[in-house]
Design a binder for this molecule. Structure first.
Ligand SMILES: NC(=O)c1ccc[n+]([C@@H]2O[C@H](COP(=O)([O-])OP(=O)(O)OC[C@H]3O[C@@H](n4cnc5c(N)ncnc54)[C@H](OP(=O)(O)O)[C@@H]3O)[C@@H](O)[C@H]2O)c1
Length: 335
């Protein structure tokens, strides 16, 4: 059966000079592309709004090629299979994949993953049980590898990556200190996610607050922010501390450098700092996804979502993430 209805898409039509604006995108209507052999057609229900999308808009060397102009904006999504020419995927399956900013995505069946919605809601497979959660899982388990009793600091702690990283560190028996912007986010990090403390990077003397929250120094840092936040953490690192560099969002991902103020700790404290990109470790995703979904099902992993509605809201939702206005995993719902 072929579909004749129109697809709705958002195309990137120009590269933002610095901050993105909705005018960088155009809404396009186009016929739905029926799937060929091995492909599926997905009616997307959720778009995942992630900081890395901003970096893709630059025409610059990075770990991913630049987003082409006048094509569907790339990005993760989740939805229901409405046509399948893949032997192992059935109409009605709930899947996640890189469907981009559009209602209907035609994708290779081999490139999507099935969401086990008996364990967690579909949207969670874009957040705590999806790419962001797996990022947290990888950086914490494989780079920081915390031991019980250590002090672990997590920046952007109320977000989809940071929230999972901190909760996994708590499950490993660590003292966990979050860093977040504002009193409401900090209270959520402690009261709802169960961190031991949270430091507000927007309030008062950040160094003094961080020192008070980390009396035994810092053994591991899950870094999402960089800049003055990372500099303050570096000053409190214990010998042989590990810093997993997940992201440096304080730089805005618009091509500006993000300096480190003082590299002395690398030698004096024998610190190891390691950057990573979660998509380099696809072989671990099924294991990580299953563990995270299981933790959600057993209510040992909590998360929060910011939901914008309608395809047209996607650019504004990304601006919110880059400016810290989201609170938890930023999604766009496509009714
Ligand atoms: N390495 C990988 O493979 C990988 C994969 C996915 C994500 N990441 C990274 O993980 C980090 C978190 O991503 P997410 O999707 O979970 O987003 P998120 O944490 O939900 O949202 C981003 C948060 O960053 C904080 N922020 C923004 N600008 C800031 C600034 N100038 N200074 C301090 N904090 C700032 C804001 O929180 P506050 O209001 O609390 O400051 C904002 O809510 C990002 O750095 C992202 O690039 C890495």
């Amino acid at each position: 059966m072929s579909r004749t209805e129109l697809n709705r898409q958002l195309h990137l039509v120009r590269r933002p000079a610095e901050k993105i604006t909705p005018l960088d995108f155009r809404l396009v209507e186009a016929p739905v592309v029926n799937p060929g052999e091995g492909q599926i057609l997905v009616r997307q229900k959720w778009l995942s709004i992630d900081p890395y999308l901003r970096e893709r808009m630059n025409d610059a060397k990075s770990y991913l090629p630049p987003q082409p102009l006048d094509e569907v904006m790339a990005g993760g999504g989740a939805g229901e299979v409405v046509q399948s020419k893949h032997p192992e995927i059935a109409v009605g399956d709930q899947v996640i994949g890189l469907g981009g900013w559009q209602l209907f995505a035609t994708m290779n069946g081999a490139a999507v993953a099935r969401a086990d919605t008996a364990q967690a809601p579909l949207a969670a497979f874009l957040g705590a049980a999806g790419m962001p959660g797996i990022t947290a899982w990888y950086g914490l388990r494989k780079i920081i590898a915390p031991k019980g009793g250590e002090t672990i600091v997590v920046s952007a702690a109320s977000g989809s990556v940071g929230g999972v990283a901190g909760q996994l560190a708590k499950l490993s028996g660590c003292r966990v200190v979050g860093i977040a912007g504002g009193d409401i986010k900090c209270r959520y990090v402690v009261d709802e996610l169960g961190f031991d403390a949270c430091v507000d990077h927007r309030a008062g003397d950040f160094d003094a607050q961080l020192a008070a929250a980390t009396p035994a120094g810092i053994d591991g840092c899950f870094e999402n922010v960089g800049g003055v936040v990372l500099d303050a953490v570096m000053r409190r690192l214990n010998p042989f501390a590990r810093v997993a560099v997940s992201g440096l969002i304080s730089g805005g991902y618009d091509g500006q450098p993000v300096p480190i103020a003082d590299a002395n700790m690398f030698s004096t404290a024998r610190v190891r700092m390691e950057g990573f990109i979660v998509s380099d470790h696809r072989e671990l995703w099924p294991e990580a996804r299953a563990e995270l979904a299981g933790l959600i099902a057993s209510k040992r992993l909590k998360y929060r979502e910011s939901i914008a509605t309608g395809l047209e809201s996607a650019p504004g939702a990304l601006i919110d993430v880059l400016e810290g206005r989201n609170f938890g995993k930023q999604l766009v719902e496509l009714p």
